[in-house]
Design a protein. Structure first.
Length: 89
């Protein structure tokens, strides 16, 4: 399965499970028994837009792309981009 397919499959499964719309794939990592796709999703739309609440999720997929689990790993306001940058360091 190609990277793009894995990410699209994870995004669809996350949307189906959470009820939130339009997750964005921001990471893909190979593990021993499959893959971890990291997605961000807007959980609460606010005005102004910078106050939107964004959740970060790790979606675990088996070797064939089947969902094996998911977990919310972070939450931030859209305007707090430095929180995401710190995680990457």
């Amino acid at each position: 399965m190609e990277s793009k397919e894995l990410i699209e499959k994870a995004k669809k499964q996350l949307a189906d499970l959470t009820g939130f719309k339009e997750p964005a794939g921001i990471g893909l990592k190979k593990e021993k028994e499959g893959w971890v796709v990291t997605c961000e999703i807007i959980e609460k739309i606010s005005i102004p837009e910078g106050m939107d609440i964004i959740g970060t999720y790790d979606i675990h997929l088996g070797a064939k792309g089947n969902l094996t689990g998911y977990e919310k790993t972070a939450m931030r306001k859209r305007m707090n981009a430095e929180e995401f940058e710190k995680k990457e360091e």
